[in-house]
Structure formats: structure tokens, C-alpha cells
Design a protein around this ligand. Structure first.
Ligand code: SF4
Length: 471
């Protein structure tokens, strides 16, 4: 989307009084709930430090942990697939569905699948996709995309949802009673769960040590998607791997506390294998699709690597002064699930797709997003030359203070590393390092490399290098 279209969207969003009221109400409630659950500042600081240390350790061993995850999942009977691009990931998912002659899939909320535009791809190939998370179900009925990574239908109020159900669900009466609206969704979805040939889910954390997929949710739909259909396909970005099962409690505490203001979600699903002999339920096949889509380039960039610490809690959206006034749709993509550049939401919520959150004190895992803003802005500047912000960035750069680690200002480092827009830096141009797909990642052009082919970190980014901006 160009700046003109974005400006138009902003005008429309700002003129929509109902949208602004909906956002103001939802964000106020999010912020209050999170404050309540993290009311003990010292304890919260300790927890954040713990989460940061765990994620930093993951990044220092990422290639190795991905190999370990694959080995342990495979040992458990989970089939692991690597995808360099969304096109390859979509093709992999479709191949599995077609192999089982399934025509309907039920799907839990997954921002990676938004990044892949999976629904549109499957529907184009004749597969019915049923979103089963209530928020996703609502916006799917209304032909929309999510407006928030945690609460997809955050921009709708009760009356709007009542109208959508009444108009789009055959036989549904108009009701504003929440219980009745839930009952309509439940009755509609139950039949779909029972008839689906494949269930698709995201992954919150994938435990390398045990080959376990962890999935948190509040509605039970995730459990239904991963239990009822005979085949379960989980999709994840490669940064979701964690070292040990013991790492989950602090990370879950941070994620759920930040995302929904809960100490723990209603359901915490740990999936370690397909149905075993003697078990009464569960799919007979479980697949894990691991998507790169630029993440290994981010990993190879010492300035950006720490963004892979993001646990997609959505807090930076809730506090972003721009996002909270215009909502997610104005950007033309789902902040935090952008197909072109999978970054933490906070990077992509400012005007013209530039970071604009300024939330240093709020960063949940001390990812230091604001400290990386100059790097992103400098990288974007060539494309925006002559534009308002491009000029502003260039003027602002010389005023950056010296960095405490002794490096030159981030802006200057970034400029020296980034070529003109559209071209990767020369040292990263070799592309992703876990090559399981043919060059170009064309659908259907999978190149079955020998099993165990190593994921290779870029030599320019030795483990730990990316932590240099951490405090
Ligand atoms: S970058 Fe945003 S979504 Fe990611 S962990 Fe930090 S606050 Fe949460």
C-alpha cells in the first residue's frame, strides 16, 4: 500500500466514530487487565528478565534447536516440513489435504496462516476453510481480515456482531445477548468440526527438547481442531522454538498476562505425537510446517535478530497511539502478521509502515524495539526519498546520540549495511539457510534435500552477536 492509500484509510478510520469508540473501549479494557495481572512491579521485572534470558538463549542456539525440534518431533511421529516462503508452505498444506481427499478444514487462530494467506489459497483450490476461533469466525462471515493479532474482531461491537450473525448464518435470529450469540456460533461450528477432514492450528511455542507443540487458547476450538479431525497440520514461524519444557511456564505467564490479562489461558494444549495405540482420541497424523519467510534474514542481521524474541502478545498494538485510533485494517495488512516482512507488530504500526510506537517501557521481553527503529527507518529511507518521512529521517540521523556499546549511531550502521530498496544486503543475498525448497520457492517445486540437511546460520552473524543492543 502506498502512502496515499494509507492516508485515505486513515481519514476514513478517523471519521468512523463507531470504530474509534470500539477501539477506545477494547484498548482501555486490555490495558486495565494487563495492569491488574502485572501489578507487582518487582515480580514483573523478574519475569521479564527471565523471559528475555530464555529467548536470548534460544536465539544463540536457533539453528541447533530447530534441528533438535525436528529430530524429536520426527521421533514422536510428527512429520516436519520446512518452507522457505509462504507459497511453499501453502503448497505443503494443500498437498497434505489432497492426499487425504479432504474438502473441508477447521482452523484455529494462526497469524502465520494470515502471513501465508492460507485461507485464500486453499479456497482457490476448492477447500472449504472454517475459522473456529469466535473472533475469526465473525470476521470470516463478514469477509474481513483480523484487525488485531489477539482479538481479530476487536473493531466490532455487540450490535455489529449481532447483525453479522443474523445476516450471514442461515436461520440465526437477531439477538444482542452474548450467550445466544455464542450458542449460534457453537451450533454452527460443532457440525463443521465433526465433518472436517483436517484441522489446522498455529503454534505458540515448540519445545525442542521433547518435540512438543504448545498451543494456548480460551475457547476450546484449538483443542477441537487438533483432536477431532484425523489429520492435524500445525504451522509456525521458525522463531517459535524454545529449548525446554521447563521454559514454558514463564513464557506462558508473560504471553497470556500481556495478551489477555490472564494468569493462564483456559486451555493449554501440549501436543507431542499423533494418536498412540490405546488412546481414544486424537489425529492419526500430525504435521508441522516450519516457515522461514525472511526470518533467517532477520536472524542474520545483528541489529534485527532480537526482534525474533517477540512472542506476539499484541501489547505494543494496544499502546500504539496510531494503531489505537485507526485500527488494523487501515494498514492494509495484519500488523504482526505481514506477509512481506514478518516483524513484531510494533515495527509495522506507524504511518507509511514505519515503526511508531515509542514504547520502550512497555516492551514485554525487553526486545528494545524503539532502539531498533533507526535501523528500520534508515533501511526504508531510500524507498521514501522525497517523501515526508524519508526526509525527516535523514535530517534526524545526525542527532542520534552515541550508542552505549561504542558502536556508531544505529542509523549510520544501518545505512552502511543496506543497499537500495528491493535488494537485500550483499552479505544476506544468499537467502534462507535451510534450503528445502527449489530456488524461487515456486509452488509444487519442492526439492527433497537429504534428511538432516543443516540449517546454517549466516557466517556474518555468529550466535549471540544479535544481543549486542540488549540491556
Ligand atoms: S514486540 Fe509487541 S507483540 Fe512482540 S512481545 Fe513485544 S509487546 Fe508483545
Amino acid at each position: 500500500m502506498g502512502p496515499e492509500e494509507f492516508d485515505r484509510n486513515v481519514e476514513l478510520a478517523l471519521a468512523d466514530a463507531q470504530l474509534r469508540r470500539n477501539f477506545a473501549f477494547a484498548m482501555g479494557s486490555f490495558i486495565a487487565r494487563r495492569q491488574a495481572v502485572f501489578s507487582d512491579a518487582a515480580q514483573t521485572e523478574r519475569l521479564r528478565g527471565q523471559g528475555q534470558a530464555l529467548k536470548r538463549r534460544v536465539l544463540s542456539r536457533l539453528p541447533e534447536l530447530l534441528e533438535e525440534l525436528e529430530a524429536n518431533c520426527t521421533r514422536n511421529g510428527i512429520q516436519v516440513h520446512w518452507a522457505e516462503t509462504p507459497a511453499v508452505a501453502n503448497r505443503l498444506v494443500l498437498d497434505i489435504i489432497e492426499r487425504h481427499a479432504a474438502t473441508r478444514v477447521v482452523k484455529g487462530k494462526s497469524m502465520v496462516s494470515e502471513e501465508m494467506h492460507l485461507n485464500a489459497f486453499l479456497e482457490k483450490h476448492g477447500v472449504e476453510v472454517v475459522e473456529t476461533d469466535l473472533g475469526e469466525f465473525i470476521i470470516q462471515l463478514n469477509g474481513e481480515t483480523p484487525s488485531h493479532i489477539i482479538v481479530p474482531a476487536i473493531h466490532k461491537n455487540k450490535q455489529q456482531i449481532a447483525r453479522i450473525f443474523h445476516e450471514k448464518v442461515p436461520g440465526a435470529p437477531y439477538t444482542e445477548e452474548v450467550e445466544e450469540l455464542n450458542a449460534i456460533a457453537r451450533a454452527t461450528l460443532r457440525r463443521k468440526f465433526a465433518e472436517a477432514g483436517v484441522g489446522i492450528s498455529g503454534v505458540n511455542f515448540a519445545v525442542a527438547e521433547t518435540g512438543t507443540l504448545c498451543l494456548v487458547e480460551n475457547e476450546g476450538n484449538g483443542r477441537m481442531c487438533t483432536t477431532l479431525p484425523p489429520v492435524h497440520i500445525a504451522v509456525m514461524g521458525l522463531e517459535k522454538v524454545v529449548e525446554k519444557l521447563a521454559d514454558l511456564p514463564p513464557l506462558l505467564r508473560l504471553l497470556t498476562g500481556s495478551a489477555t490479562g490472564q494468569f493462564i489461558t483456559t486451555y493449554v494444549n501440549l501436543i507431542s505425537s499423533p494418536r498412540r495405540a490405546g488412546e481414544k482420541d486424537g489425529p492419526t497424523e500430525v504435521h508441522l510446517v516450519i516457515l522461514d519467510n525472511g526470518r533467517s534474514r532477520i536472524y542474520a542481521d545483528p541489529e534485527l535478530r532480537q526482534t525474533l524474541q517477540c512472542v506476539r502478545c499484541g501489547t505494543c498494538l494496544n499502546h500504539c497511539p496510531v494503531y489505537t485510533r485507526i485500527g488494523g485494517h487501515a494498514y492494509g495488512f495484519v500488523p504482526g502478521a505481514d506477509r512481506q516482512d514478518p516483524q513484531p507488530p510494533g515495527f509495522r504500526t506507524g504511518p507509511g509502515r514505519r515503526p511508531h510506537h515509542g514504547l520502550e517501557p512497555l516492551r514485554r521481553l525487553r526486545g528494545g524495539l524503539p532502539r531498533q527503529d533507526p535501523h528500520h527507518r534508515a533501511a526504508a529511507a531510500p524507498a521514501q526519498r522525497g517523501g515526508v518521512t524519508g526526509g525527516r529521517e535523514r535530517r534526524a540521523r545526525p542527532r542520534q546520540p552515541p550508542q552505549p556499546n561504542g558502536a556508531a549511531g544505529l542509523g549510520r550502521v544501518a545505512v552502511s549495511q543496506h543497499p537500495p530498496a528491493g535488494q537485500p544486503p550483499a552479505e544476506l543475498a544468499a537467502g534462507p539457510h535451510r534450503q528445502r525448497a527449489a530456488p524461487g520457492g515456486a509452488p509444487g517445486a519442492l526439492d527433497p534435500l537429504p534428511k538432516g540437511a543443516p540449517f546454517r546460520p549466516h557466517p556474518a552473524a555468529p550466535p549471540g552477536e544479535g544481543d549486542r543492543n540488549q540491556r
